[in-house]
Design a protein around this ligand. Sequence first.
Ligand code: ADP
Ligand code: MG
Length: 699
Amino acid sequence: MQKRFDAVCRISDRKTAPDEPQGAKVLEYFAEDVFDIGKMAEHLPKSVYKKLMETINGMRPLDPSIADDVATAMKEWAVSRGATHYTHWFQPLTGGTAEKHDAFLEFANGKAIFEFSGKTLTVGEPDASSFPSGGLRSTFEARGYTAWDPTSPAFIKRHENGGTLCIPTIFCSYTGEVLDKKTPLLRSTQVLKKAVVRLMKCFGYKEEPVKVTLGVEQEYFLIDKKFYLQRPDLLQTGRTVYGAPPAKHQQLEDHYFGSIPPRILAFMTEVEKELWRLGIPAKTRHNEVAPAQFELAPIFEDLNLAVDHNMLVMEVLRQTADRHGLVCLLHEKPFAGVNGSGKHNNWGIAYGKRNLLDPGSNPAENAVFLTVLTAVIHALDMHSDLLRTATSGIGNDHRLGANEAPPAIISMFLGEQLEGVIDQLVKGASASKSKTSSLRIGIDALPPLNRDATDRNRTSPFAFTGNKFEFRAPGSSQSCAEANTIINTIVAEALDGLSDKLEKFKKKTFNAELQVLLKSEISAHQRVIFNGDGYTQAWIKEATEKRGLPNLASTPEAIMPLLNEDNQKLFERYGVLNRAELISRYHVFKEDYERRLDIEGRVALEIAKSIIRPVVFKEYLAISNGGKSSQAIETVRLEMEKQMEAMNAYISTLEDALSSGEGIRHAIESLRKNVDALEQLIDDSIWPLPKYREMLFIY
Ligand code: ADP
Ligand code: MG
């Protein structure tokens, strides 16, 4: 197969066009394509700016009388930067983003003008009929509407010949049902903020603004486009359904944090330039564990903004890769046998200037920290199933529990020191004779936690990392909205549960009563804390058999919690999603999983039948009819014959699985083993698909 070798030669001859070093120029163009607070102040009348800021800071809903002024200023700014179109940019349940562009163009007295009204800024009416709704709405009432989310600033998305003003929006059906990922996220953040204020009041703090924060570490693969285009499986499913393991993959651990190859660095530099223009604070870049795998991490931001920004990060990665002759694979498991890609979701809460997940340095701060920590422990133990739901999806199923990413069992890692503190709390209060050795909440100070000691366990799905929680189960291609909607809601519920009690405590005995409360809470939910190696079989056994933690290994099981009555009540009680909306998500996830699985099966079948089998037959015929035979040829011929027969059988099995809808995943896996064995048997020069050793190492 000449194409494969052609690609190899052309890649090795490739030269990148050098770009100018950026240096301090970055500071000039950072956020230049964002209509941020600074630009609002500059372009809006003072009174309008003031009112808008009140909305952005969550103090009041948008005053409709200022919408026209805001829209005009936004349009003028965008047009001056080359934009001709605008779009409401939203996040439907497909998991991606959606946009429909309209030009600013209108006619006034027969003359073309640019126009953008307050109404067009604040509400849009896209045809919603083709977005998944999980049965929430039938096509005859397909209208949906999008509404401006002023807490995430508008921005300009550039393309080669222009730009589009993008307005972040929520997306609902005409009758008000939620059809997107942003609405519940925004609602859950409000719910959490309220719960935090209530808790802090119990401790005697005055009200301060609460900020929920998020930093998303994004992993991805890069391969050369010339290989990609020769792999129908990558093109259609995002992962390789075939590919024998190369002799060298990641066993030498020589890629992680290694020096970044020049071509990749050129790509990263351009990605950062694009992101910085969009005000996305890209900070860290490095090689990841698997060959051809990399990571990008921004500085944390307000949760809603960080989720929007991560959606843009994925888009910029993909598009920039294309300009560099590369393809960015965001699938959770593009290559079998090497690590998959995740998305570490670093979540925190700030109260005014103070990080509530920072233990602080005095006993009063420690008491708040331990209370919030207890709430998170409670929340995770009660609802770990929902966090698994939030990370379900066909791609992530390959990753969770595959000894490279956290297991599908959602437990919490606290680190030795903090676990020691928790232990003292649980044991100490009952053994009150030995007052010196037990921690007295609100009176004793915690020992300073050694930050480094908290971040070493990479096998834990939900780890306390010094001053934030890092949820490591989300998949690289997933939106973080789901996971954080759940974290916010379940933590709010737990905080409210504590506040219910704290509000009744007497001032005089507050600390002593708090001590008893936290002790009983932690004892009740301690089973979710696990500091050991999450990859071992022993843990799975202990977690499921002794501790009774759920182990939802694959998507069909992982989405069941959405049908659970208690979960529905929880989301309904907090007004985050009602019962019908939650059930609709179950249907959307289920359908998505089944459709993707079906596609994978069909792609695997097509490749096996029309690409692999003909080559194998040709080779077989060549050695069978090649004239003189020998013992050696005969051995190979027999082996090939065996594999070919197996192949035909596996093809039939997969065909049956696809028509019945049962056993598709297993059938794909079996056929894969067979095809991979053939890959190692057939003449390399005629093998039709780029091999792992090429895709992962030549770029
Ligand atoms: P690593 O997990 O690789 O050790 P870091 O400790 O630098 O990396 O943090 C990872 C991410 O966590 C970054 O995006 C960082 O900005 C973010 N982060 C740090 N503090 C907070 C916080 N209080 N809330 C949310 N995210 C945070
Ligand atoms: Mg991390």
